[in-house]
Design a protein around this ligand. Structure first.
Ligand code: NAP
Length: 307
């Protein structure tokens, strides 16, 4: 882990990997600027962190797919001159049929994964250069290496984040700024239930493939600044990555076309309605299903933390 008593920005801190980064860094003495759309979740997290670790926590509600919200958040960044760590974590998945869905969801994904992340880096990095140190963690995904018919935008925006991070690393290494493209595989958060999908019931797949958010965060922080910019938590995930790298592309394309559904199945078929506040923001899936998945993810995370 890097220096203490500095400020870290975490986008998408209201749940999952972002919330786990926030708790882990606070435990290590970091002050935090946290953002997400769900004010209640951010406030809850802030109260818990302040009580436990007595660090300063600033929360900011913003939908990073909306330009006005993004610009307001950037102005918060401008007011803070002690930012030493940026974690570009906000993101969401989607398994929409590309040709049948409207473009709104795709546009939101481009806005959050690419426009917001790169604009935030653009705003924060000059400050880090001036201070002579800093670190940037960009959340990509193992799926960046697995293009497939269910993830036109997800895989390609995450692939962008990997290349973008490598460009940053080449430029910023000599300026004492560490860069990482964090590529988790399946992680126990509400990420999948928010898309209306649940994980495979196969015990072996669960044991081999799934990680807790705490395991992902620990691996990320331990690897930051090490030799490799691309961080893939989990031995089995690294094995899959290596196998795919050496597999002939023509074989990969055939496998991907046939097997894109083996890991997931839909958990509910509720109609997508933007007007219904009980539905998950981007996908329109039931918030009850999301909450139960979040509760499960939280309890698994707590079990790992207490080990
Ligand atoms: N879970 C996995 O298996 C997995 C695997 C590989 C990569 N990842 C990546 O890890 C990151 C974190 O995901 P997670 O697994 O922790 O899922 P999660 O619990 O659903 O967290 C996603 C976070 O992103 C925020 N977010 C989503 N859309 C946003 C928007 N328009 N504006 C602002 N914030 C937004 C959410 O906050 P609000 O809902 O409050 O806005 C939430 O805090 C994502 O970038 C995801 O792509 C996840």
């Amino acid at each position: 882990m890097i220096n203490k008593h500095k400020t870290a920005i975490i986008t998408g801190a209201s749940s999952g990997i972002g919330a786990t980064f926030a708790k882990t860094l606070a435990k290590d003495g970091w002050n935090l600027i946290l953002t997400g759309r769900r004010t209640d979740k951010l406030t809850e997290l802030k109260q818990r962190i302040v009580l436990l670790y007595q660090v300063s926590v600033q929360t900011f509600t913003a939908d990073l797919s909306v330009n006005e919200d993004l610009e307001s958040f950037l102005s918060v960044i401008d007011k803070n001159t002690t930012i030493e760590l940026l974690i570009n974590n906000a993101g969401f998945g989607s398994i929409d049929n590309y040709f049948k869905s409207n473009f709104l969801n795709a546009q939101q994904m481009l806005n959050v994964h690419i426009t917001a992340s790169t604009k935030i880096v653009h705003r924060v990095t000059p400050q880090m250069i001036e201070n002579g140190r800093g670190a940037i963690i960009n959340l990509a995904s193992l799926s960046a290496f697995f293009p497939g018919p269910k993830s036109y935008y997800y895989s390609s925006t995450k692939a962008f984040m990997i290349t973008f991070s490598e460009c940053l690393h080449i430029d910023l290494f000599a300026k004492n700024i560490k860069v990482q493209a964090l590529c988790p595989g399946f992680t126990n958060t509400a990420f999948h239930s928010r898309q209306g999908i649940t994980r495979s019931k196969s015990y072996i797949l669960k044991k081999l493939l799934w990680r807790s958010p705490q395991q992902v965060v620990n691996k990320s922080l331990k690897s930051l600044g090490k030799r490799n910019v691309i961080c893939i938590p989990g031995f089995f995930n690294r094995l899959i990555y290596t196998s795919i790298k050496i597999m002939p592309k023509s074989l990969y394309y055939k496998l991907a076309a046939r097997n894109s559904d083996i890991f997931f199945k839909p958990i509910d078929q509720q109609p997508i309605s933007k007007a219904n506040p009980l539905l998950s923001p981007q996908t329109g899936r039931s918030q009850e299903a999301v909450s139960s998945q979040e509760a499960l993810a939280d309890s698994q995370e707590a079990a790992v933390e207490n080990r």
